[in-house]
Design a protein around this ligand. Structure first.
Ligand code: NAP
Length: 240
């Protein structure tokens, strides 16, 4: 993978290029088609490629926690993050893989499935939910996961992130989907966007990488990488 900006280089050390700048940081990682679509046939897989999967893996290796919306967990069949040999140097003093934190009100999740039953005990899956979540689902979730109530009717994004940070999970990686992303951006919580632009036109009616509540976050381009016609943009939020 080559670097185009800020200084051209033939090869990039991805762990260095994506190192977190501090202990409290929310990074959004998404892939989109060149026409802005955030999924193809309902999944991100068709937009991704070899380089994108490498970046995706490095970002997970660097993160304290992976945040995601329940619809993404259901659509993409999320399991726990699996430790990789290449992460060893990145995770000193931390569990071998980051826990997955799922935002959900309904808790319509497979609580007996791998995401909940195969997570490392040191990185149990986290359910970020609401007071109004169905009580029996909350009780059932608590048997398999750490349940954090962060809102009454809806999960309050700022409160959810504070709860994660209070557990030592300050270097956060949000993997979408677009509806969660929109709420995080509207609350002014997105510090960084890692966007892979796939060399594809797809048409159709897929959402963009933010879908829902409108917002305006001014970004600066921190780096631009390229491999096989895929662009890897790292944008940082401009200080207010
Ligand atoms: N291109 C990419 O990089 C990428 C990345 C991720 C996902 N995707 C695609 O995006 C699609 C899914 O994304 P999406 O935008 O539809 O959904 P999403 O953001 O993944 O999840 C939405 C769900 O999260 C829960 N939720 C959202 N806000 C909440 C709040 N404030 N309080 C409580 N719960 C809340 C609700 O879950 P409950 O219904 O359980 O209450 C809601 O149905 C899939 O097609 C996936 O393949 C693409």
């Amino acid at each position: 993978m080559r670097r185009i900006l800020p200084t051209p280089a033939a090869e990039v050390d991805l762990a260095e290029a994506y190192a977190y700048p501090g202990d409290r940081w929310l990074r959004l990682n998404m892939v989109s088609a060149a026409d802005g679509a955030a999924w193809l046939k309902g999944l991100s897989e068709g937009l991704s490629g070899k380089g994108d999967r490498r970046v995706f893996g490095v970002l997970r290796g660097l993160a304290d926690v992976v945040l995601t919306g329940a619809a993404t967990v259901r659509a993409e069949g999320y399991g726990p993050a699996r430790p990789r040999a290449s992460w060893a140097g990145l995770r000193e003093g931390r569990p071998p893989a980051p826990p997955i934190a799922v935002v959900t009100r309904r808790i319509d999740l497979d609580l007996a499935g791998p995401l909940f039953c195969e997570a490392d005990p040191a990185a149990r899956t986290i359910v970020l939910t609401t007071e109004r979540a169905p009580k029996e689902r909350r009780d059932e979730a608590a048997r398999h996961a750490e349940v954090i109530v962060a809102g009454d009717e809806h999960v309050d994004p700022a409160l959810a992130l504070r709860e994660l940070a209070a557990r030592g999970l300050g270097r956060m990686l949000c993997e979408g989907g677009p509806r969660i992303n929109a709420q995080l951006a509207a609350a002014g919580l997105v510090d960084e966007l890692c966007l892979t632009i796939s060399p594809l036109l797809t048409g159709g009616d897929a959402a963009r990488i933010l879908d829902g509540v409108p917002s305006r976050t001014r970004l600066t381009l921190s780096h631009l990488l390229e491999e096989d016609d895929f662009l890897f943009c790292k944008y940082t939020r401009e200080p207010a």
